[in-house]
Design a protein around this ligand. Structure first.
Ligand SMILES: Nc1ncnc2c1ncn2[C@@H]1O[C@H](COP(=O)(O)OP(=O)(O)OP(=O)(O)O)[C@@H](O)[C@H]1O
Length: 763
């Protein structure tokens, strides 16, 4: 082991001088750096410190991306930066490296307090930035912290004063600033806004203004996003007056002919009636079982409903769901599971639409139309990251087709796919039956319906989102509901207000009583549907007629059914009038009354006694005593008792053996049926993957079979370990089987992959 050398004063002086010279040299290199002549390709070509370079190379970051090459030198020189580059192009490093470098050059220590603040619009993105920072910053002496909603604020408070680089969401950062203890921003050198246009939009306006009010104006500010829809006045709010625009796209450059989506992304769309969208989604998932898919929906309630119902219908791939109303722990776990799995389908809201770097996503499917083109760009950007291939599909209703024009205006022209109607499979009956059996699912369907309709109602772009023409009845039926619930819009806020509520911190949100979807949760003014009231009832066993209708227990029809069900077994119950005793009533009123009185009728009835009927319909009293003489004739009592017991146990033994035999036959029959069903499913599965199969569910242009093949081969392209599974079952797809009759299957690397594989094998 190397001996630690104790430094004397002279040595310390010498070391400090070396460091001074090194930093001076670095500063000169930065100022002299000219991107045009430098033509840097690698991080080592940039004027950055050896500490950062070491961290970068250990994290396998060697080559520069375009945005990094362009923006890092500008940021190092101390300019404010407005950076716009496509999704997945490496913007995170483009702002983290200048932070590390700036604080290093300033010889920042823990006693200097907060040196840099990074604001991210979502918790997930903040966590991701923090992770990248901890990877590349291992060789610096700086400290970093993450403050996001859903974590223990007290725990954060104890540590926050010692933090040099703070990453967080706007609400929680403001909360810390408001506490006025610990977090000292007076020395702040750099402010970064990741997904800047989202941070600057109306939803975060107030929070952001309050944060900025606490920061020194002398700081350097960096703004990064894949889209820049904000106005210059928004930028002025950040005192971003003398900034440099960098990246492939300048917000002021109107001649930019490139779409803001990655070149490696293959984009498509289909037009589907609102009521058929879930059918399309289910069919899509069934035909892409080996892919990694994200499905975006417009609200957490829709995500919840689709996840719960699809899970029950077992499409054959592991399903996950993620939305802002889940607990942070569940969100983080899901994020982690989805990142690690290779074959999995995630239902999500826009909480993961921006910035999140999931590895190797094959498909991004947008079940609901995004609020604007920027959201579209960010959603599809979860695939085709860092030059990799990816695909996207957006499902638009005929009313929303005008959204294609919005996309075209930004040079985005997805390819049209069509669904072969003959091959389309409807899941409506399954949904109806699921909802019939489970009132909780019915409740979720109600909520999903309401939040979807509301989301359309509050949208800004009324040409795309036409509330008046929404086919609400068909939509409700498509969710498995008996009809469209009544919705009152009294008190529903504008789009901006809804967004503001959605983005406000939990505490503020609790105060304003609004949920993540912008729905007003003020209990006193809450919009309650009749179904809400019904399901809110404590005593669910007292079923009102209305509840019966909703849950599908239909009174009138049921009565009819019951009549059919309870038929009379004996057919000779028609009474022959001639057989009836003659009934004659006394003529006087008084005598008639007396004859029909209770007392009189009881007097004619005698004592009540219980009677039982034998197999031949002959009536017997319950206990019939044998005559003593007959009994004695049969022998002594003990022998009779023994004989009786013997006879009865023989009867029981025979019955037992018969029962066992019946049970065995039943079991065999059940097993046979199960195997048959499995074979049938296997055949269907097999034909699902064939071009011309009869029962195939098919989405595509007519060559989506190519498309599907590509997906599978894409999946195969991925580096996966391969294991051999012995496969002895009949009827297997033999295409993968080798000469030993052994089928090679990708070895699952995560629980989700294993679940998907098992689901497929079971089917
Ligand atoms: N220089 C590099 N070398 C290798 N990989 C890189 C490099 N820069 C970034 N990456 C990788 O590329 C992926 C995308 O990077 P990043 O998340 O920073 O993109 P982004 O531009 O911020 O995307 P978005 O706009 O969606 O937020 C990440 O997996 C990251 O690790």
């Amino acid at each position: 082991m190397a001996k630690k050398v104790k430094m004397n004063t002279a040595m310390r002086k010498e070391a400090r001088k070396r460091e001074d010279d090194y930093l001076k040299n670095l500063e000169t290199k930065i100022q002299e750096y000219d991107p045009k002549t430098a033509n840097s390709k690698f991080f080592k070509d940039l004027p950055i410190s050896s500490h950062t370079l070491k961290g970068l190379s250990e994290a396998a970051f060697v080559k520069l991306t375009d945005i990094q090459r362009e923006s890092i030198p500008v940021s190092l020189k101390g300019y404010d930066v407005l950076g716009a580059a496509k999704t997945g192009s490496g913007k995170t490093l483009a702002f983290l490296i200048p932070i590390l470098e700036k604080l290093y050059r300033e010889r920042w220590t823990e006693y200097d307090g907060l040196g840099a603040l990074v604001i991210s619009p979502t918790r997930e993105l903040a966590m991701q930035i923090y992770e990248v920072l901890t990877k590349i910053g291992t060789h610096t002496s700086l400290s970093a912290g993450l403050v996001i909603g859903g974590k223990d604020v007290k725990f954060e408070l104890e540590r926050i004063s010692r933090i040099n680089i703070l990453i967080g969401t706007p609400g929680r950062i403001l909360q810390h600033l408001d506490q006025a203890v610990g977090l000292n921003t007076t020395n702040l050198q750099m402010l970064v806004l990741d997904e800047a246009d989202r941070c600057l939009d109306m939803g975060f306006k107030k929070t952001l203004d309050a944060i900025i009010g606490n920061l020194p104006p002398s700081r350097q500010t960096l703004l990064f996003s894949a889209t820049q829809s904000n106005s210059l006045s928004d930028l002025a709010r950040l005192s971003l007056t003398n900034y440099k625009s960098v990246g492939t796209k300048d917000i002021n450059n109107k001649d930019d002919n490139e779409p803001a989506t990655p070149k490696t992304l293959q984009q498509s769309y289909i037009i589907s009636e609102l009521a058929d969208k879930l059918d399309v989604l289910f069919s899509f998932i069934k035909s892409h079982l080996k892919a990694k898919i994200i499905v975006f929906m417009s609200s957490s309630k829709q995500v919840h409903f689709a996840y719960e119902t699809f899970r029950k219908m077992q499409p054959g791939i592991s399903l996950l769901h993620l939305h802002g109303r889940q607990k942070q722990k569940a969100r983080t776990e899901t994020l982690d599971k989805f990142s690690r799995a290779q074959q999995v389908c995630l239902f999500a809201t826009d909480v993961v639409a921006r910035g999140i770097d999931f590895p190797a996503v094959d498909w991004v499917l947008q079940l609901d139309c995004p609020e604007d083109v920027d959201t579209y760009i960010h959603r599809v950007g979860r695939s085709a990251r860092y030059g990799k291939k990816g695909r996207s599909l957006i499902i638009l209703t005929p009313q929303e087709e005008v959204f294609l024009q919005r996309l075209k205006a930004k040079k985005i022209e997805p390819e049209k796919l069509t669904i072969k109607q003959s091959k389309k499979k409807s899941i409506k009956p399954q949904l109806q039956s699921l909802l019939f059996k489970d009132p909780e699912l019915k409740y979720l369907a109600q909520k999903a319906f309401i939040s979807y309709v509301k989301s359309i109602y509050i949208q800004k772009d009324k040409e795309v989102f036409k509330f008046e023409t929404l086919p609400t009845d068909d939509f409700a039926i498509s969710l498995g509901l008996p009809g469209a619930p009544n919705i009152k819009f009294k008190g529903t806020k504008s789009f901006e207000r809804a967004k503001e509520l959605k983005n406000s911190s939990r505490k503020l949100k609790a105060l304003s009583k609004a949920d993540d979807d912008g729905e007003i949760r003020d209990k006193t003014k809450e919009v309650k549907t009749k179904y809400d009231k019904m399901f809110g009832r404590k005593n669910q066993t007292v079923l009102s007629e209305h509840y019966m209708n909703v849950t599908g227990v239909q009174g009138a029809e049921n009565d009819e059914d019951e009549d059919n069900f309870m038929t009379i077994k004996r057919k000779d119950h028609i009474l022959n009038e001639n057989e009836l005793p003659e009934l004659s009533l006394p003529s006087s009123n008084r005598a008639q009354k007396k004859a029909l009185s209770k007392k009189a009728s009881l007097s004619t009835k005698g004592n009540a006694s219980k009677t039982i009927f034998d197999d031949d319909g002959v009536a017997h009293p319950v206990y019939e005593l044998e005559g003593e003489e007959d009994f004695v004739k049969k022998g002594d009592a003990k022998t009779q008792k023994d004989e009786y017991l013997k006879k009865e146990s023989e009867v029981m033994a025979t019955a037992d053996s018969t029962d066992k035999q019946v049970a065995k036959v039943k079991k065999q029959e059940k097993k046979r049926k199960r195997l048959e069903a499995m074979r049938r499913e296997e055949m269907e599965e097999y034909s699902d993957n064939e071009d011309n199969a009869e029962a195939q569910v098919y989405l595509g242009t007519g060559n989506l079979s190519d498309d599907m093949e590509d997906v599978d081969s894409d999946a195969e392209d991925r580096q996966v370990k391969r294991t051999r599974f012995n496969n002895s079952s009949d009827g297997e797809d033999e295409s993968d089987a080798n000469e030993y009759g052994v089928t090679e299957i990708d070895a699952p690397e995560t629980l989700e992959d294993l679940e998907s594989l098992t689901a497929r094998l079971i089917q």
